[in-house]
Design a protein around this ligand. Structure first.
Ligand SMILES: Cc1ncc(COP(=O)(O)O)c(C=O)c1O
Length: 536
């Protein structure tokens, strides 16, 4: 289809630019004439005139004077006003003009539709205080629109950028983007079952030390594969593994430790690392709830062999659905990449061929020599990539991460200070020695023999519009998904899980996410105090 108008600059009798007369002006046509002969134009001025608003420089040599397109000044004018054609802009320039116009409208949409609801006044007892949620501005939406317009859809430029930004932030060599935190955990664990790891490969029946108080998909991959999770109890104050149980948990089949930094609070990395080093065990850190937490000055998720993140909305940053697997180990990175991308041996980026220059000249398995490397499979893999649209949102979120982390810490401290006087009733969270947590939530555990129950507190807070959460599964071994598993064979318990059960029965958590204000936090403290007062 050929266009006679759009993408061209015309000299035009502008009827109303300065409300005085019909002036001759250049303008860039954005459309063909409609039924009435009307064309969408965008206004142009020379740089000599004063320029305000959203402008783009027109490349030299297109018009006799250096000129600007005012992308926020659109006019519908009839083609009979055209005096003559002046120039034709390049496709690249036209694209940047169109993009800018769209972006202007997106900002207008954000300011009018999203922003007012974000800025709404907080009304005690009426406004909901969620435990988490997306914090964003127009930049996330602009990136999303940009990726949509590009329409690459699959892993692309934003995905690559996000992986680089995350790796830089964490200080790791490799960060791979995947479609959820659960997928990240699955890939992290499955990577350790790769035959490429030779005698360190985890095999069916091998054991993995973990805890039962947490999120199901930290341990699901272990069971799905046919390895044996070994559940040790936790400490009530840090809600992380009680490291004094590690030696009891160990057996000749132990191959790995796989643990989450619960609610952002790092587990005792020093002790666990030393234990892993002593027995030659892998360490996977489920860092899904702890992005930005540090232990001994270094980010959690980067101490073990593999770390994982989730970017589901309540998490420290979000892209809707998303996750990441990170490591400093090149072999593990290659295995994870293979597993993420269908199990393939080839490591060409999406849309690229023959990066290794040996596409048709390798010998793999018992395949004929030179079989196309693009279709050679070294693992039984999955497809766990994200779309570039998700990554685009993530890139904007990465810019905000340091401030999000700061705010989470600040909010946590506010709640801690406000609730400290209730320590006769509650076990309040304690950050692990040597750590600086980027908290996911504020866990409150009822002390034994208090005159009320967890669900009474939860119901009271919920009825006052404060959202609460249990510590996920509480004790995962008590869930229906364990009904057909046999203790001692499919999983093992290290002694009793007394504290795990206590957390399952007597704990709940409230939010510390960056969407909290002092007003909201103050109201939360006040409401919890009121509840306790009423029960005395
Ligand atoms: C500790 C932990 N691991 C893994 C996940 C799973 O992440 P996703 O929801 O992205 O699958 C979660 C989810 O909240 C989590 O809290």
């Amino acid at each position: 289809m050929s266009y006679n108008y759009s993408g061209k600059i015309f000299k035009i009798r502008f009827p109303f630019t300065d409300l005085s007369s019909e002036k001759a002006r250049p303008a860039l046509a954005l459309s063909e004439p409609d039924h009435f002969g009307d064309i969408q134009f965008v206004f142009i001025t020379t740089q000599k005139s004063r320029s305000f608003g959203q402008t783009l420089d027109i490349p030299d040599n297109i018009l006799p004077f250096s000129s600007l397109v005012h992308t926020d000044k659109l006019f519908l004018l009839n083609n009979r006003l055209i005096i003559k054609e002046l120039a034709h802009v390049s496709t690249d320039f036209f694209e940047s003009v169109l993009k800018k116009i769209i972006f202007n409208h997106v900002i207008c949409y954000y300011n009018n539709i999203h922003r007012p609801s974000q800025d709404q006044n907080f009304i005690q007892g009426i406004s909901r205080i969620p435990y988490g949620g997306r914090i964003y501005d127009e930049k996330e939406i602009l990136n999303l629109i940009d990726a949509s317009l590009e329409f690459w859809l699959t892993y692309g430029r934003y995905s690559e950028k996000f992986e680089k930004k995350l790796a830089e932030y964490l200080g790791v060599r490799y960060a791979l983007l995947v479609n959820s935190g659960s997928s990240a955990n699955l890939l992290a664990f499955m990577a350790l079952t790769s035959p490429l790891l030779q005698d360190r490969q985890i095999k069916c029946g091998d054991e993995v030390i973990t805890v039962a108080a947490g999120f199901p998909t930290t341990i699901a991959p272990v069971i799905q594969y046919g390895a044996v999770p070994v559940f040790a109890d936790i400490e009530l104050e840090t809600f992380n593994i009680d490291v004094s149980k590690l030696e009891d948990a160990f057996s000749s089949r132990t191959k790995a430790v796989m643990l989450a930094h619960t609610l952002g609070n790092p587990f005792d990395i020093q002790t666990i690392k030393a234990f892993c080093d002593k027995y030659g065990l892998w360490l996977i850190e489920d860092n899904c709830d702890a992005l930005g937490s540090t232990y001994d000055g270094r980010f959690t998720g980067t101490w073990g062999d593999i770390g994982t993140s989730s970017f589901y909305p309540p998490h420290h940053i979000t892209m809707g659905e998303g996750g990441s697997v990170y490591t400093n180990n090149q072999l593990l990175k290659n295995i994870i990449l293979s597993l993420r991308d269908w199990g393939r041996d080839c490591r060409c980026d999406s849309g690229k061929d023959d990066t290794c220059k040996k596409r048709f000249s390798g010998q793999f398995g018992t395949l004929p020599f030179g079989y196309d490397h693009k279709y050679v499979y070294s693992h039984f893999g999955y497809n766990m990539k994200v779309t570039d649209l998700q990554a685009a949102v993530g890139c904007a979120q990465m810019e905000k991460l340091p401030e999000f982390v700061r705010k989470r810490k600040e909010n946590f401290n506010f709640l801690y200070e406000g609730l400290q006087e209730l320590d006769k009733y509650f076990i309040l969270p304690e950050s692990t020695r040597k750590s600086d947590p980027s908290w996911f939530g504020f866990l409150i555990t009822l002390k034994d023999n208090v005159p009320f129950q967890r669900n009474e507190l939860a119901t009271y807070l919920e009825s006052h519009n404060i959202q609460t959460r249990n510590l996920f599964a509480g004790n995962i071994t008590r869930h229906p998904c364990f009904d057909n598993l046999q203790e001692g064979k499919d999983y093992r318990l290290v002694g009793t899980l007394k504290n795990t059960d206590k957390i399952m029965n007597d704990s709940l958590w409230v939010g510390v996410y960056p969407g909290m204000s002092q007003e909201k936090l103050g109201y939360m403290v006040k409401t919890i105090r009121e509840f306790v007062e009423g029960k005395k």
